[in-house]
Design a protein around this ligand. Structure first.
Ligand code: UDX
Length: 436
């Protein structure tokens, strides 16, 4: 099937590449000339495990194309995906100008029936807005479909190729058939393509992310309780996760959720509730718990040094908002670096992928290591902010000898308490006993 994908950000590129992988002919459109030239030359502008191989294969086999010309991209396409940014506007509501702008441009060009799919996370009612914008420009028939993405950064290719479910919001029978045909190869193992109306589909995306964020904030509060009553959050997590109604996943306490989706989507759903005169109390708590949780690790550090960290030097392991990505959007590391520096401390950090991005934001306010161990020299303590696999089984002898003091603050609960006691560390993690 011929497909066009408008917008070659993270979602657009993963969607376009994975759709080409099952034999579709996909053209990705972007207004950024330089970016398009680079992609044509085989350069992938994002880091995502497994994507590069698929990207190159589909370009070389002639199924994946890039252009800045919207008209040629959509001319023969049956389905047009809109994978455009929906940043939070000044009031917290999603800014739809990119999506609606593209819909208008598309409406001016089309000459036959098209299925326009909103892939970006958009507020309830957006499909109707897209339809209205298009209706003002054309009399050609088209369907506007909501098809939210549930891709996790770091495993996005796997999530796309083998989704738990695909949600499609449409009441147009022709569009429904085309979408079922398109997603058929991805749900061979029997996972469902769930068809519903557009509004339910739009809300499903917000509800899924907000529910997951709620799980995390809930566990972060349980962790704080554990510290007060002398319980261990890891044990509580295992104890409740074994109940299938609760589930094992997404119960890890830490230093707050970040990334490009959770903070934005929880805020947008709260905003949308407010616009409907509904006070969504849980969401407001989820957000405020997350703000507080970002501060927990720095507070532990300050408390350890009796409130004064001026002149102290810290090693930081991990800067990305989570492992297997170079993404630092809303990463707790950004807040933590600012706080440490504002309090007069110095920092040397290492992250396997995210250092170029962090450099772009904090520049030379901090130093950067070439590997985890060379951040440790002269450091008063090590702070762990992202649970990269690389940090899970460090050489504890090297850690002991390189650090000035054997002090570790772990925002991701990577190590066994027993191990840290045996190695003689002071070890302060989240929702567990402080040892050493
Ligand atoms: C998320 C959703 O999972 C995905 O379905 C949606 O399409 C986009 O948003 P992503 O932002 O890539 O994906 O990351 P995810 O793995 O969900 O983690 C989000 C944040 O929650 C990270 O900051 C992570 O550290 C945090 N988290 C996750 C926890 O603190 N504890 C957990 O148990 C799980």
């Amino acid at each position: 099937m011929k497909i066009a994908v408008v917008g070659t950000g993270y979602v657009g590129l993963v969607t376009g590449t994975c759709l080409a992988e099952t034999g579709n002919d996909v053209t990705c459109v972007d207004i950024n000339v330089q970016k398009v030239e680079k992609m044509k030359a085989g350069e992938l502008p994002i880091y995502e495990p497994g994507l590069e191989q698929l990207f190159h294969r589909n370009i070389s086999q002639g199924r994946l194309h890039f252009t800045t010309d919207l008209a040629s991209a959509i001319a023969d396409a049956k389905i047009i995906f809109l994978a455009l940014p929906t940043p939070p506007g000044g009031d917290g509501a999603a800014d739809l100008s990119y999506v609606l702008g593209a819909a208008k441009d598309i409406a001016k060009i089309i000459t036959d029936y098209k299925v326009i799919v909103t892939k970006s996370t958009v507020p309830v009612g957006t499909a109707d807005k897209v339809r209205a914008v298009m209706a003002a420009e054309t009399t050609i028939e088209y369907a506007v479909v909501s098809n939210p993405e549930f891709l996790r950064e770091g495993v996005a290719v796997e999530d796309f190729m083998k989704p738990d479910r695909v949600v499609v919001g449409t009441t147009d029978e022709r569009a429904r058939k085309l979408m079922a045909e398109l997603y058929g190869p991805y749900v061979r193992q029997g996972n469902p393509v769930i068809f519903m109306d557009e509004r339910s589909s739009e809300l499903t995306k917000y509800a899924a992310n907000s529910f997951l964020a709620t799980k995390i904030s809930f566990m972060n509060e349980i962790a704080n309780m554990c510290e007060l009553v002398g319980a261990d959050v890891d044990m509580v997590r295992r104890g409740i996760g074994a109940d299938e109604r609760i589930g094992k996943r997404f119960l890890f306490a830490g230093i707050g959720y970040g990334g490009s989706c959770f903070p934005k989507d929880v805020q947008a759903l709260a905003k949308s509730a407010e616009e409907n005169n509904y006070d969504f109390k849980i969401l407001n708590s989820v957000m405020s718990v997350n703000e507080i949780q970002k501060k927990v690790l720095v507070e532990k550090v300050k408390k350890y040094y009796n409130g004064d960290i001026k002149g102290k030097h810290f090693a930081l392991w991990g800067l990305a908002f989570k492992p297997e990505t170079d993404d630092i959007r809303e990463a707790p590391a950004l807040y933590i670096i600012d706080e440490l520096i504002a309090a007069g401390a110095t920092v040397k950090a290492f992250d396997p992928e995210a250092m170029p991005n962090i450099k772009g934001v904090v520049g030379d306010k901090i130093a950067y290591g070439n590997n985890p161990y060379d951040t440790l020299e002269n450091a008063d303590a090590l702070l762990i902010l992202t649970e990269w696999s690389l940090f899970r089984t460090p050489d504890f002898d090297k850690l002991s000898s390189a650090l000035k003091a054997k002090v570790v603050f772990d925002g991701r609960n990577l190590y066994d308490l027993e191990k840290m006691i045996d190695c003689g560390f002071y070890y302060n993690s989240i929702g567990r006993k402080v040892v050493g």
